[in-house]
Design a protein around this ligand. Structure first.
Ligand SMILES: [Zn+2]
Length: 153
């Protein structure tokens, strides 16, 4: 999921910070804050996957109860997303090459799509049909006539 915009920004900010470029990392942090003004469906990054806000909050509470939370959970650069969820990030983790679902409960995260992602959804719609929640979120892809089940003309 390296193609995910927000994950990319988070990783780049980490890299800049490690190189001692804290000011530049701060610029990326404020970009993330601006992206958060209309969060839509929020998602956490955890163990190389995206999970929904509810699952992320649950995992955080469990890890915290087990004494496994990082010393400062608000400083996301002080820990790894393999150990503790990072986020929540807006718009289902941001633009991606496919619709994202929670890695734990399968909830649809309603992320925006890249042009590759739009192609993916259109092909899936033609080949076998797509879930109702994708039809709703990405209805703009299907033009004024709307989505049609494959095989129905
Ligand atoms: Zn979930």
């Amino acid at each position: 999921m390296a193609n995910n915009l927000i994950q990319l920004i988070v990783r780049t900010a980490n890299d800049l910070d490690e190189m001692g470029l804290e000011k530049e990392a701060g610029v990326l942090d404020s970009m993330l804050e601006k992206l958060a003004y209309d969060p839509g469906e929020e998602a956490y990054v955890y163990k190389a996957d995206l999970i929904c806000k509810e699952c992320g909050d649950k995992v955080k509470a469990e890890l915290t109860a087990q004494g496994k939370a990082p010393a400062d959970p608000s400083n996301e650069r002080s820990f790894d997303s393999d150990q503790f969820p990072k986020g929540p990030y807006p718009e289902g983790g941001g633009e991606a090459d496919s619709p994202h679902h929670c890695g734990m409960c399968e909830k649809f995260l309603a992320n925006p799509l890249t042009s590759d992602g739009e192609k993916y959804v259109l092909e899936a719609a033609q080949e076998g049909g797509i879930p109702l929640e994708w039809q709703d979120e990405y209805s703009y892809l299907f033009g004024p006539e709307g989505y049609k089940e494959p095989g129905i003309n």
